[in-house]
Design a protein around this ligand. Structure first.
Ligand SMILES: Nc1nc2c(ncn2[C@@H]2O[C@H](COP(=O)(O)OP(=O)(O)OP(=O)(O)O)[C@@H](O)[C@H]2O)c(=O)[nH]1
Ligand SMILES: [Mg+2]
Length: 345
């Protein structure tokens, strides 16, 4: 079960590529395409709401294991740069750089483009990503791309296997009511193993829910391993009480205010006291006011890119997280919206 996100600039061929990798599902700010053959299942996410909004992109990244960054022959633009910076700030591990619409370019131009991308991704999380040229018109590279995705998927599965004995955490991305069944949610088992009849808390609320039944790609299952995309029928809760971003687990920290140890990107202007950055953690997000900045033990007025900053933020929305979660810090008013990342201090 491999889950990928296709991202890139406007008109980079994202949607066309996604449609060639599977059958179209529900549409909102992200569209999912499903493909299954023999025992292989591939879920492809097209973050259609990006670049207008960054939220669908962050959501898609969190729901997938592999990212395909699409770059068309026209080359790199500000949004491609933003995709690279966001993936770097997220520390995104697995991905492929896809040079799209190769039928409209020439081998030497594609090589030049590849060298350019290699240069600007040096020292980032994308440094060692593989490259492939594809065309959805001539089908050049399409079979090879699928093979690359499945090989990488096998690698990811081995990594996820190691998470199976950790405490169970399931992130929810959809919640709805099904007549005769009740509350049904869709989500991903981020770690641990989910079993039918498990009783877990729907954080950030304090409501305990019971997992009545589990489905994986429409097939009933008794349990689900880390990495699995699951549909769950829940007992003791109504669908309207569960939102995208909720976490089913035994224990999470839940707060409105946060203190984070942060690194800020050299490509951003950073923030001053009183600014209101947008904070993402998993699929949750909230605007929060910057109340305090500490650098090297001293209170300062502005964030810096030279050293770690400990920032205190005040908000009005409950967020659920734990110490291993990476927070992403955005400035939605800036041209390049991804500013930094941090962990619970
Ligand atoms: N010649 C050629 N055209 C392509 C290929 N892939 C996509 N296109 C065309 O490029 C245009 C943009 O493709 P989309 O798939 O809509 O790109 P997108 O990145 O989803 O675009 P937005 O969501 O509008 O930002 C469309 O007119 C496609 O038909 C390709 O491999 N070869
Ligand atoms: Mg599109």
């Amino acid at each position: 079960m491999t889950k990928i996100t296709i991202i890139g600039s406007e008109k980079s061929g994202r949607t066309t590529l996604a449609s060639k990798l599977g059958k179209k599902g529900n549409t909102a700010d992200i569209t999912m395409y499903d493909f299954s053959k023999n025992d292989r299942v591939l879920t492809t996410i097209d973050a259609v709401g990006y670049p207008t909004s960054v939220k669908p992109m962050v959501t898609a990244f969190n729901l997938s294991d592999i990212v395909l960054l699409c770059v068309p022959p026209e080359g790199l633009d500000a949004h491609t740069g933003e995709c690279i910076i966001s993936l770097d700030l997220m520390g995104y591990k697995h991905g492929i750089i896809v040079l799209t619409k190769s039928d409209t370019s020439y081998p030497f131009a594609l090589d030049e483009l590849k060298e350019k991308i290699k240069k600007i991704t040096t020292g980032t999380a994308l440094e060692n990503w593989d490259y492939i040229s594809v065309s959805t018109t001539s089908f050049e590279g399409m079979e090879e791309l699928k093979e690359m995705i499945f090989d990488m998927g096998d690698e990811v599965e081995k990594e996820q296997e190691e998470l199976k004995d950790l405490p169970t955490r399931v992130v929810i991305d959809q919640s709805f009511n099904v007549t005769g069944i009740g509350c049904v949610v869709l989500g991903i088992v981020m770690q641990g193993t989910l079993n039918a009849k498990d009783k877990l808390v729907a954080f950030p609320t304090d409501k305990t829910v019971e997992v009545r039944s589990i489905q994986m790609h429409d097939v009933d299952a008794k349990s689900a391993p880390p990495g699995a995309r699951v549909g769950l029928a829940l007992k003791n809760v109504q669908s309207k009480d569960i939102e995208r971003g909720f976490i089913l687990s035994e224990k999470e920290d839940v707060t409105e205010d946060l203190t984070l140890k942060c690194q800020f990107s050299q490509f951003s202007k950073g923030f001053a006291i009183g600014d209101v950055p947008h904070i993402f953690v998993g699929l949750q997000s909230s605007p929060m006011r910057l109340a305090k900045i500490v650098v090297n033990g001293e209170e300062v007025e502005r964030t810096t890119t030279d050293a770690e900053c400990t920032i205190t933020l005040t908000g009005s929305k409950l967020l659920a997280y734990n110490e291993s979660d990476r927070f992403i810090i955005c400035n939605l008013d800036d041209k390049q919206r991804f500013v930094g990342y941090g962990y619970k201090a």
